[in-house]
Design a protein around this ligand. Structure first.
Ligand code: GDP
Length: 298
């Protein structure tokens, strides 16, 4: 919790401090106040659509509850954010055997996140197998191997350029015979060729459908919080190729763009499941909306 709070330092400065100073400069609640709040939220990567939605909720409550002190608007806004973050979100089912497909553009922290996720399940006493199915760069496969050694889990890999679906196939078979609880698949990271990306992912899911229908399936998209609204654009492309079940949001530590967490939930309606708060092996936390909102408004 402390790590999340520390990590959100810049975001808090960017959003909450500005919000506080604006409400303190107003004597009554009027449209000028809402306009200023709107600007702060939009420039903090919360996104236009989401900002409008949040502020409409606040306006409604101001009216209904006859709120008159501008300072009370902060509390209402916090409530609205929490409501938005938690609506229609079911906790993730931890059912085994599980297969987790991890996707994301190169550089977002995908490999590191796969390593950290492997570590989480390993520490929870689960038997984990990593499938190195992002075969585009040899370095990526090597880097994943370093993580598998560090965590102490098996890895299935082929050569650079080989067919990702074939690796998934091998991993599933190895996983079944070794009685693995969690197969973690590191997959595609190239967005510039959307057609290839879609075909590669479709093929992977066909293999999983056919070879491992009994496994509980999670599909994670890794997004980099420091890219702000660009993360939303990436998610929209990946969403066309796969049924994403959760977001892993990396580099939340030290960015001022933490408002993106709110936009992701609101615009994509995909829950953020895990957040990266540093480069170390333990710097990946389960996302809890309440903790996030409390850290944001701390
Ligand atoms: P990939 O190309 O998507 O596989 O990205 P990598 O896993 O190689 O990560 C790219 C860089 O981001 C590395 O230097 C990581 O240490 C760093 N990184 C990954 N996750 C986080 C995070 O949550 N916080 C911080 N500060 N750095 C991270």
């Amino acid at each position: 919790l402390k790590k999340l709070k520390d990590g959100l330092f810049k975001t808090r400065k960017n959003i909450t401090e500005k919000l506080n100073s604006v409400v303190n400069s107003f004597k009554s609640i009027d449209e000028d106040l809402f306009e200023e709040l709107e600007e702060i939220l939009i420039t903090s990567d919360v996104g236009v659509e989401t900002t409008m939605r949040l502020l409409d909720g606040v306006r409604k409550r101001v009216k209904e509850e006859k709120v008159s002190d501008p300072k009370d608007v902060i509390k209402l806004l916090k409530d609205e954010i929490l409501k938005l973050m938690t609506e229609n979100v079911e906790p993730q089912k931890d059912e085994y055997p599980m297969i987790i497909v991890v996707m994301g553009v190169n550089g977002v922290g995908k490999t590191t996140s796969v390593g950290k996720i492997a570590n989480r399940y390993k520490k929870a006493g689960k038997k984990v197998l990593i499938a190195a199915a992002d075969t585009f760069r040899a370095a990526a496969i090597e880097q994943l191997e370093v993580w598998s050694n560090r965590v102490g889990v098996d890895i299935i890999k082929h050569q650079e350029g080989s067919d990702p679906a074939a690796i998934i196939y091998d991993a599933i078979n190895a996983g079944k015979s070794r009685k693995t609880d969690v197969i973690l698949c590191d997959t595609a990271g190239r967005l510039h060729n959307k057609k290839n990306l879609m075909e590669e992912l479709k093929k992977i899911f066909r293999i999983i459908d056919r070879e491992y229908p009994e496994a509980h399936r999670e599909v994670y998209l890794v997004l980099d919080a420091t890219t702000g609204q660009n993360a939303i654009t990436q998610a929209k492309v990946f969403r066309e190729a796969a049924d994403i079940t959760g977001i892993v949001l990396t580099k939340l530590d030290g960015t001022a763009k933490g408002g993106i967490v709110i936009a992701i939930k609101s615009e994509l309606n995909i829950p953020v499941r895990l957040v990266g708060v540093g480069e170390k092996i333990d710097d990946l936390q389960e996302f809890n909306a309440e903790d996030f909102v409390n850290a944001l408004f701390a």
